[in-house]
Design a protein around this ligand. Structure first.
Ligand SMILES: [Mg+2]
Length: 261
């Protein structure tokens, strides 16, 4: 396998880590901070939130999703039209003097606060996918490199990675502070490691992100995998199967996976 794969590049949320409990908890804290408490049933909202997690690209969208749900927006409509609804909410919020940066900042703040108050409790809201952890460690033990590309803050990702016992350098965790799309980070990794696009395997649970990589003429040879255990819908998985250049990968398949397209 070490002859085949040189570098594994992996998304974090939904691929390495299931953080649904934490996303909901922290988003709810942000919601309460910005809009005050919600008098309806948070349990129902949580169920809807979990179904809707695949539409979220970046953390700041999660409190907005809660806002839309507490407004009574229907799950199916949000699944089908999240980008348009999200942009409408953003426009509406700007009238109230609230912007995306403020929400993203509030999310970072509630996370930092939880880490300061009770790190174990915060870490306990995250579940690492065991087969992924095993795979990453075996790849590292074979002398291959692993990078983590995430829209989460690198600081938070590092805390979870450390606890999980994944031993990679800080420079191999590229978080939202990089402020660039993932395909740019892949380009950067290719340059840094002095390898070819074909030496990179990229696992991600968001189909649009994989498609964007493939649209880059210089990254066409990157091997792309859709993590079927992550945050994606049946519709997305079906679409991925029809695209010849993306290989859908299940959790059992991962264990015997040798990254050969
Ligand atoms: Mg993800």
């Amino acid at each position: 396998m070490s002859e085949i794969m040189k570098i594994l590049v992996s998304d974090f949320d939904g691929v390495i880590c299931d953080g649904l409990e934490e996303y909901f908890h922290s988003s709810r804290l942000v919601y309460q901070r910005i809009w005050g408490d919600y008098s309806g049933d948070w349990k129902t909202i949580k169920t809807q939130f979990e179904i809707l997690r695949p539409v979220v690209e970046t953390g700041w969208e999660m409190p907005l999703l809660l806002r839309a749900l507490t407004w009574g927006e229907k799950t199916q409509n949000l699944l089908d039209n999240w980008l348009a609804i999200r942009d409408k909410i953003v426009k509406y919020l700007s009238l109230e003097g609230i912007n995306v940066e403020k929400i993203a900042q509030a999310l970072d703040e509630v996370r930092r606060q939880q880490i300061e108050e009770d790190l174990d409790k915060w870490l306990g809201l995250h579940q690492i996918y065991q087969p992924v952890l095993e795979k990453i460690n075996s790849i590292l033990n074979q002398g291959n490199r692993v990078y983590i590309l995430t829209t989460k803050g690198g600081y938070f990702t590092r805390k979870i990675i450390e606890r999980a016992g994944i031993n990679i350098p800080d420079s191999a965790i590229i978080g939202k502070e990089a402020k660039r799309p993932k395909y740019e980070s892949i380009r950067e990794i290719i340059k840094r490691e002095k390898v070819e696009a074909t030496d990179i395997c990229f696992i991600e649970d968001r189909l649009e992100t994989l498609e964007l990589v493939h649209q880059q003429p210089d990254l066409k040879e990157v091997k792309l995998y859709l993590a079927l255990w992550g945050y994606n819908t049946e519709k997305t998985r079906e679409r991925a199967k029809r695209l010849g250049y993306i290989r859908p990968l299940s959790l059992p398949e991962l264990l015997s996976w040798d990254c050969r397209l």
